[in-house]
Design a protein around this ligand. Structure first.
Ligand SMILES: O=C(O)C(=O)C[C@H](O)[C@H](O)COP(=O)(O)O
Length: 237
């Protein structure tokens, strides 16, 4: 018979008071409450960042998530932070402490990750910038609640179960508040927004690739305005 595996050292305890304090000051709440939709932006050319952000803000979507999926992302963040004062620009696809440092230095005012680890969470927490860690399972939600985090990105929202999933976990886990993102469009967004545990949704539908390629900022502003008017019932929140 093999000897028992050595047990891993227990994680450091999180004092309840610290967890409650962190949750009470829940860092992303103001970002989640700015508009019903957080546009998720993929910037190929940093020169597009400022006009694109201006169009989103003019349409009523001030919180903007610039994903770190392209080399232009840090320059795009920097430009929006410097030149579009009414935008609250954040960084998405943040998965390493190095990226946390880089985007905060570039001017990111919130951080979004598609998933999380304790290492990433700690670097986000100590950055001083509001953060939204990504989850797609009940255990991840419980683990974040245990760490004092109540606001989360639910990603990939549609593939992970969509509105039925979020509705099902609202009963046992009412204290968790979500920004579902991934596969959401103007037709499904109101169904998400109708759920008690959904604060806002994320999505890229107001930034069609052909409109960005054509630098059709007026069309993007129109789509942003329609998104900003979405609510649980349909339009006009
Ligand atoms: O790169 C990331 O970490 C992300 O942020 C993923 C995005 O949130 C979704 O890909 C947006 O989903 P769509 O609205 O379906 O385009």
């Amino acid at each position: 018979m093999s000897s028992p595996l050595p047990s891993a050292p227990p994680p450091p305890p999180v004092p309840a008071s610290a967890a409650i304090a962190t949750a009470a000051a829940s860092p992303a709440s103001s970002v989640l409450d700015l508009a019903p939709v957080i546009p998720v932006v993929v910037v190929e050319d940093a020169a597009d960042a400022v006009p694109l952000a201006r169009a989103l803000v003019a349409g009523g979507l001030p919180a903007i998530e610039v994903t770190l999926r392209t080399p232009a992302a840090p320059d795009a963040l920097r430009a929006i932070a410097a030149e579009v004062p009414d935008a609250v620009v954040g960084a998405g696809t943040v998965i390493t402490p190095e990226q946390v440092r880089e985007v905060v230095a570039a001017g990111a005012r919130f951080l979004v990750s598609p998933g999380w680890t304790d290492v990433l969470l700690e670097s986000m927490r100590t950055s001083g910038v509001p953060f939204l860690p990504g989850v797609s399972t009940v255990s991840e939600v419980v683990a974040l609640l245990e760490r004092g985090v109540r606001e989360m990105k639910f990603f990939p929202a549609l593939a992970a179960g969509g509105t039925p999933y979020l509705k099902a976990i609202a009963g046992p886990l009412p204290q968790a508040r979500f920004c579902p993102t991934g596969g959401i469009g103007p037709d499904s967004a109101p169904d998400y927004l109708a759920l008690p545990n959904v604060a806002c949704v994320g999505g890229s539908w107001m930034l069609p690739a052909d409109a960005v390629a054509a630098r059709d900022w007026a069309r993007i502003e129109r789509l942003a305005r329609a998104a900003a008017g979405l609510s649980a019932g349909g339009t006009s929140r």
